[in-house]
Design a protein around this ligand. Sequence first.
Ligand SMILES: [Zn+2]
Length: 123
Amino acid sequence: MSAELAGLNKCPVCAETLRRHRYARLASIIVNPKNHARLDAFLNDVKKRNWAEVLRFDEWQGDADIIELYGIKCPSSLFALILIRSPFELFDDDHILETECLTRNESATLESVTTKKNWKPLP
Ligand SMILES: [Zn+2]
């Protein structure tokens, strides 16, 4: 896992600690400095909740930064999205680029399209 979600210690939805919450890695994309258009398209699909596109990305490369998208499932049944940049340099820490809370409708949709994901409990 991405260093305990890059130090996230409060749920963006309920502002409580992350006990009783679950998380899943939804997607990851390699950051290619020569091809920002691809990353922009991915981030735009995240914004538009275009899950069919977003969930296709499951990339990893040992010598490149990646951007990972995690979902957090709050006991309130609402979801949050966390975008984390994960550098390949070991001395660089993962850091959170953005957190976003989903509406009730968006949360229900995300839940229905990610039933096959492994939603793991947070400590
Ligand atoms: Zn919560």
